[in-house]
Design a protein around this ligand. Structure first.
Ligand SMILES: [Zn+2]
Length: 376
């Protein structure tokens, strides 16, 4: 045995990192080295509904609600606690009791974006790259993102190669995540699932994709994105999976508050079913963190709740939620501010990696989402 090998064995025996492992590896929980993370976004879903459920002022014909009494029956309740729980049962029964939720202004805990554009590409770029770049990232056009994102970083880390994927409703994600440079698998927008040897379910999904009425030329409908993502998870077992849902934003722009609520309610149900699925698979059970969030908020009045952008007051406020084996059950967080830019380092730390070692401009992980004893 050569001297270097002997040293390697000795170092491994005393639990020190072996040669060749860079400083980017954080001390992941010693008992469970194979952490995974699933990150799901609900595009343009407001903190008002997340923390307050359906808003009375918007359950109205003027907000595009076709059946006011029906929506009231389904989503209106006397107390705020009941309203948010009936709209988002998984968020409020499971994440709020076993995980953490950031961004409740009533708890002196705002979550905000740092970019000033308040629309999607800059929002997603900020969350995945860890910082805002108002000049370099200023449109929703399909330009290759100049900045390294956390999925790209993880895709090059030992143990994660080719096990990082993004499935999304909106067709701009291949650019936002710079698919060409990053090598991250990205399936986004209304096109079919690529690849040879499709499973029976993939074949059926591709049939549905070709036969579904196109509602928005640049977006898939969420139910298909959800099923494509579920099938990808079962077939490829990624360690890092991003799922970008988009109907909340589309129905918001379309001034359909009823469908905006239904889309959020279905997104919550999807997350619940996915969480159940993860806990039924040995690769993921008790080894997987779930992060939820959005890319921007919207206006707060009956006139501008449909919109967002630099001129829309309040659209800079967002929210996020974390659930998983390393996250203390602190519930709705109080007296702590958060930014969209903190998501990148948060996703990394949940799988024991340090994105900031590679991308020093990136913001720190969300405060106390990982138990203090498990920090480096
Ligand atoms: Zn939008």
């Amino acid at each position: 045995m050569k001297l270097k090998n002997i040293l390697l064995v000795l170092l491994t025996l005393v639990g020190q990192p072996a040669f060749g492992q860079s400083a980017a590896k954080l001390s992941a929980p010693a008992t469970s080295p194979n952490r995974n993370v699933v990150y799901i976004t609900w595009d343009g879903f407001r903190w008002q509904e997340l923390f307050g459920g359906a808003q009375e002022i918007l359950i109205a014909k003027d907000a595009g609600v076709a059946d006011v009494e029906g929506v009231k029956r389904r989503y209106w309740r006397e107390s705020e606690a009941e309203r948010r729980e009936v709209l988002l049962p998984f968020v409020w029964k499971t994440i709020a009791t076993k995980g953490q939720i950031f961004g409740d202004p009533a708890k002196n805990a705002q979550a905000k974006m740092e970019n000033t554009h308040k629309f999607s590409y800059p929002g997603y770029s900020e969350m995945f790259c860890g910082f805002a770049d108002d000049k370099g990232v200023d449109s929703n056009k399909k330009f290759p993102n100049p900045h390294v994102n956390v999925l790209e970083f993880l895709n090059h880390r030992p143990g994660f190669e080719k096990r990082v994927a993004a499935i999304a409703t909106w067709d701009v994600f291949p650019s936002i995540l710079n698919q060409q440079r990053s090598g991250v698998y990205v399936h986004a927008g209304p096109g079919p699932i690529p690849g040879e040897a499709p499973t029976d379910r993939e074949r059926m999904l591709n049939e549905m994709i070709s036969d579904t009425v196109v509602l928005w030329p640049d977006n898939q409908i969420d139910v298909i994105t959800m099923q494509v993502a579920r099938e990808y998870l079962l077939k490829h077992k990624p360690r890092v999976l991003f799922i970008g849902l988009g109907e909340t934003d589309e129905w918001g722009h379309g001034r359909r508050y009823d469908r905006y609520l239904h889309a959020a309610n279905r997104s919550d149900a999807f997350v619940a079913k996915l969480w159940e699925l993860l806990q039924s698979l040995p690769e993921y059970k008790d080894q997987t963190s779930l992060v939820l969030g959005c890319d921007h908020g919207r206006g707060s009045t009956i006139r501008d709740w449909t919109d967002h952008g630099a001129k829309i007051e309040g659209a800079e406020f967002v929210w996020s939620a974390v659930l998983g084996p390393d996250t203390p059950a602190l519930g709705v967080r109080s007296d702590v501010n958060a930014t969209l830019s903190q998501i990148a380092a948060t996703l990394a730390v949940l799988v024991g990696e340090d994105f900031r070692a590679t991308s020093p401009k990136s913001a720190a992980p969300l405060a106390d989402v990982v138990k203090k004893s498990e920090r480096p």
